[in-house]
Structure formats: C-alpha cells, structure tokens
Design a protein around this ligand. Sequence first.
Ligand SMILES: Nc1ncnc2c1ncn2[C@@H]1O[C@H](COP(=O)(O)OP(=O)(O)OP(=O)(O)O)[C@@H](O)[C@H]1O
Ligand SMILES: [Mg+2]
Length: 213
Amino acid sequence: MDLITITDPRSPVSEAYRTLRTNLQFSSLEDPIRTLVVTSPAPDEGKSTTVANLAVTLAQGGRRTVLVDSDLRRPALHTLFDLKSEPGLTNLMLEEDGEPFLQETTVDGLRLLSSGPKPPNPADMLGAQKLDKIIESLAKDADIVLFDAPPVIAVTDAAVLGAKVDGVLLVISAGKTRRDHAQRAKELLEKANVRIIGAALANAPKDSTIGEY
Ligand SMILES: Nc1ncnc2c1ncn2[C@@H]1O[C@H](COP(=O)(O)OP(=O)(O)OP(=O)(O)O)[C@@H](O)[C@H]1O
Ligand SMILES: [Mg+2]
C-alpha cells in the first residue's frame, strides 16, 4: 500500500489532495460533479496516483466514493489498493444484469471496481452504450464515481469515456508534461465535447503540490 493519503494523512501532500477535493467541490456548486474522469496527456504522468489519492480523500471527507479502473490498457488501481484485478469492469460489460463486482478497500466509504480481464478493443468497450448504464447504476449508489483512464493523446479511450461523465480532470506533471502535449490534450477533449473542469499539478516541488487552473 503506497497511497500517501492513507499512510500519512497529515503530510503536506495529503493536505494538497484535500485542497484539490475542495476545489473540485467549489468548481461545481450549482451542478455537483457525480462522475469524474482523471487523465493526462501522456503516459506516466501520475493519473492513477492522483485519482486514487483523490478518491481516498473524498471518502475520508464522508462522501460515498466509487473508484473505477477504466484504464483497460494499463490497469493499476487494484495494485495500489492490494485488491484483485478481476472480476471488474470488463466482466460487467458482458453481464446482463450483473452484480457490480465492487471490492471494499481499507478506507471507509471507498469501493473499487477493478478493470477486469484485458479486452482486445478497449476504446470500443468504453464507447459502448452498455457503459452508460453501468455509470448510471454506479452513480445511483454513491456520492461520486471517479474513473482512471489511459492518456489522452495516445488513444481515444479518455475522450470517449470523458464524453459520458460530468467532467474530466487533467493531470499535468511538473517538469515532465510537455506544453504542446497539454495543449493537444485539451483540444482533443474539447473536440469530443468533454467538459474539462480543471487541472491538477502532479510531481510539483514542495509546498505547491496541487495547483489551481
Ligand atoms: N506526485 C508524484 N511524485 C513523484 N512520483 C510520482 C507522483 N505521482 C506518481 N508518481 C510515480 O510515477 C509513476 C507513474 O505514476 P502513475 O502510475 O500514477 O502514472 P500514470 O499516469 O497513471 O501512468 P500510466 O500512463 O502508466 O497509467 C509511478 O511510479 C508513481 O509512483
Ligand atoms: Mg495509470
């Protein structure tokens, strides 16, 4: 278990996640965000780490939270929480009226839907209408549902999924994400009618871990 919001909730980084939680809530006072995708322009920019810590922080704040590993290409959340990779989302996609396969985490109020077995066609799977129903049913039974997703520029998954949810949070990694990649990711998401609700700065030098936008 390597999630700082669990292992060291009093650290400045955990405090920064609480600021991100607050900003998220304030960014949507009129129309609260119930379903949110976290992604980034390129690989290895801290998407999974960010979405997992944000989910922990929301649950610690009393919100019934569901975390979904919809990065079907490089699923990572089950490892972060020491849980099983399947059954998960891809199993659910094949069921008529299946149980949701949610696994309890060590954090009260936080449940994980793992990725499930890797499908040959992740983007098609995320584009299927069946997923709309799954998102709806998960949201019915939670205050907020967070989704991990592959990077925006390499594959269409995040844009396809992003169009089905209330908003997308873009992770930008300090010293790593290229400026033109950030711009390109924004354009790709906007073209897909995705609502970008903000950006979170990962890997920032001390004292400014999470930035505003
Ligand atoms: N804020 C951070 N500071 C330092 N290292 C970090 C930070 N966030 C993540 N990392 C490390 O960077 C690596 C990639 O992080 P993570 O898996 O969260 O990225 P990702 O964007 O989800 O990657 P992928 O594209 O493979 O899905 C991991 O080894 C993680 O431990
Ligand atoms: Mg990841």
